[in-house]
Design a protein around this ligand. Structure first.
Ligand code: GTP
Ligand code: MG
Length: 238
């Protein structure tokens, strides 16, 4: 692709890991265990995308599809203030929707597409992409149907990313597995659908206190490197 743009994460080490930030035209998956910082990462990007280009943003708006009711407007205003943005305006620049089921989530993506056609949106967040699917299609007997629906959902997201040059960021829960995945006894849910659907996959894990570690997995374009960052009052920081 010729005209790749990037949204800075606001964290130098993470930007270096991502060759400058989260890409437009691609689906970036953020996986990790409970409390790893996936939702915080999404909040931060929804603010960062609004910054002018010379400060790492795209001078654009965000759409935030929230499936777990964990969006926090006051956290957005906090992060916006830390970046010198008007907090109220920063909130207005985020189209927010709560998804109540996997079907609803897919309808919201179609509505998002229509908004993106009309407005200057450069970030589409789905936090979390798999929660409803896992709850509605539990167990092995429902696996095929779940993966089929999830496949369609991810294909829709990839189409939007590609057609409108938007950065799509999705979060993915991890589940305990008896085997070891990248030295971690956890692995992303969503299985192969996400493995083949997401353009980039970021793994977040907890270190001590407010320190978090990120690495890219499954990517031929990125080195197996790690980046350390913190979660503070200002948001994600070096
Ligand atoms: P799940 O959705 O439960 O799987 O977790 P997650 O990966 O989305 O974690 P999330 O992004 O919610 O990160 C939670 C962590 O961020 C908390 O444990 C806190 O350490 C930190 N955090 C969240 N909000 C704040 C805040 O307002 N101030 C500060 N300093 N830290 C915060
Ligand atoms: Mg979360």
């Amino acid at each position: 692709r010729v005209n790749i743009k990037r949204i800075s994460t606001g964290v130098r080490s993470l930007d270096e890991l991502l060759n400058g930030g989260v890409e437009t035209g691609a689906v970036t998956e953020v996986a990790g265990e409970f409390g790893a910082g996936k939702t915080q990462f999404c909040h931060q990007l929804a603010v960062m995308v609004q910054l002018p280009e010379d400060r790492g943003g795209l001078n654009a708006k965000a759409i935030y599809i929230d499936t777990e009711n964990t969006f926090r407007p006051e956290r957005i205003t906090q992060m916006a203030r830390a970046r010198g943005l008007d907090p109220d305006q920063a909130l207005k620049n985020i189209y927010y929707a709560r998804a109540y089921s996997s079907d609803h989530q897919m309808i919201l993506v179609e509505q998002a597409r229509r908004i993106i056609k009309q407005d200057n949106v450069k970030l589409l967040v789905v936090d979390s992409i798999v929660a409803h699917f896992r709850a509605e299609f539990p167990g092995r007997e429902n696996l095929a149907e779940r993966q089929q629906k999830l496949n369609k959902h991810i294909a829709d997201l990839l189409k939007i990313a590609d057609a409108y040059d938007v950065a799509v960021v999705v979060t993915n829960q991890v589940m305990a597995q008896p085997d070891v995945f990248f030295g971690n006894p956890l692995r992303p849910a969503g299985g192969n659908v996400l493995a083949h659907g997401a353009t980039y996959r970021i793994w977040l894990r907890k270190s001590k206190e407010n320190i978090r570690i990120a690495k890219i997995f499954d990517s031929p374009y990125h080195p197996e490197r790690e980046a350390t960052f913190k979660i503070t009052e200002e948001g994600l920081t070096d």
